[in-house]
Design a protein around this ligand. Sequence first.
Ligand code: ACO
Length: 323
Amino acid sequence: RPYAAITGIGGYIPPNKRSNTDLEQFCDTSDEWIIKRTGIKERRILEENLATSDMAVKAIQDLATQYHKNLNDVDALIVATSTPDMPMPATANIILEKLGLTNVWAFDVNAACSGFLYALDMASALVETGRYKNVLVVGADNISTYVDLRDRSTNILFGDGAGVIWLEPSLEGGIMDAYLCSNGAGKEFLKIEAGGSLYPIDSNLPVNDNRFLKQDGKTVFRHAVQSMSDACNTVLQRNNLQIEDINWLIPHQANQRIIDAVGRSLNIPQDRALSNIEYLGNTIAATIPLCIWQNIKKLNTGDLVMLTAFGAGFSWGASIFKW
Ligand code: ACO
């Protein structure tokens, strides 16, 4: 069976910046506190009249240009997002229409911050069967729409962005393994309640209680460190690998302190745990492809790269690919 290899990567980050100082006008916080507790200096915010699909389209166009890909070759598109343009149709369909593509199997996956890893595993399984030859995997979120600017426990963390990879069969190497998990017991600790069938958008619940992202930051932090570390160890063990065999760890970018704690727990040198959170914040499903995109020049042929993520649900996992 062939591997599913990453043969292209693209990204898009909106031009508008929201700095820590900008946030000081909405709530009682400070640049110093935010940098110390999260490592974040600024995040990007999508213009109001645009949506998740617009960022995804730009990321895909960036990939096609940089890697000389013909988008007409795409036979499947999986979009990891928890901020779709609308409940129906899938954002994947909207992206296809904007790119002028038809006859592509396209659908969305919602696994919050773990969405890209979930979609990547599904896409690699499609390629490994031999039935799909060119699969796009997008991670894109316009999470700023769901952030309450007055809530300092969340507004400091999140930003918008989109990343995409192209997968195709290869005998040389590619996605080697993935270990993914979910546990619904985590559903109370990180959520956006309104807009679904339980609390439709015209619900009588007070706006503040259900429209914005809410979290128990400390609980999420603790579970994130433990679950990402455990998932990495599981995927290492079942591939008979040691942490020394891994050239790069690319973790979900939630908080620099979470990245550092996972790195310490795995005992990987700090300079091999890649991070771009300082200037982008947490872009939900986009963090991992954007981090690969921005660090692509560091990767050498044959390098082993371990990805790990944790998000709402709870959902989490880790995967390894050979570059
Ligand atoms: N500015 C200034 N002070 C603040 C702020 C702020 N933005 N937020 C909290 N504080 C204060 C608190 O009131 C508290 O004050 P007190 O000691 O007088 O009571 C103090 O700072 C410490 O607050 P904590 O909540 O304990 O701060 P903590 O170190 O836990 O950091 C944070 C909070 C940044 C939210 C952290 O818990 C976190 O990152 N959690 C993970 C959440 C996350 O990543 N969610 C994203 C989705 S899931 C994922 O991506 C993994």
